[in-house]
Design a protein around this ligand. Structure first.
Ligand code: SF4
Length: 187
């Protein structure tokens, strides 16, 4: 029996569709079971993404006291299981070996980085912050109005900071008179 080109394409399409359908039917449960395995038996704790005020729901899976998986919570009324790229990467906060966890300091005009203690870095930042604030603080504007502004420091917030950190940073910046206060997400 001869078959036209159009007939052949129709037949090929129908065969492929049937094969795909069969694949979904057979592989679906198998695939779902395979995806379950890494978290099988793990302790499941619903939590909230720490990053922004949208407050998307997450489920943390832990085994032997160690986080092994973190994903969107499908039962969460706000996010329905979805997470933005930042929220999706929350798991990496605890496991990514490439995270920098030592303080590196490069002195003015130096070509090389030195490792420093965190307490050394904190003291240094606080000292520089205070010095710069005192040097650039303005009590009144040109018309004599009290403004109490620190104009020598610019603060840029980071998308890596969570809600609580950002709240504290804002309090510190405002209470020390900063007016140039921005966030990287708005730049
Ligand atoms: S997942 Fe994204 S949008 Fe949702 S709370 Fe976290 S940072 Fe905000």
């Amino acid at each position: 029996m001869g078959i036209s080109r159009r007939g052949f394409l129709k037949l090929a399409g129908a065969t492929t569709g049937a094969a795909l359908f069969a694949d979904f039917n057979v592989a679906g449960p198998v695939r779902a079971y395979a995806m379950e395995l890494p978290i099988k038996g793990a302790k499941e704790t619903p939590t909230i993404c720490p990053y922004c005020s949208v407050g998307c729901g997450q489920i943390a899976h832990a085994r032997d006291g160690k986080l092994i998986n973190l994903e969107g919570d499908p039962d969460h009324p706000i996010s329905l299981g979805r997470l933005c790229p930042k929220g999706s990467a929350t798991y990496e906060l605890t496991v990514n070996e490439r995270r920098q966890n030592k303080v590196l300091y490069r002195a003015p005009n130096s070509p090389k980085w030195e490792e420093k203690d965190l307490s050394w870095a904190m003291d240094r930042i606080a000292q520089k912050y205070k010095e710069t604030r005192d040097a650039s603080f303005v009590e009144t504007d040109a018309d004599g109005n009290r403004v109490n502004q620190t104009r020598g420091i610019t603060w840029i917030g980071s998308a890596c900071c969570d809600n609580e950190e950002t709240y504290l940073f804002a309090k510190l910046a405002r209470s020390t008179g900063l007016v140039y206060f921005e966030h990287q997400a708005r730049i």
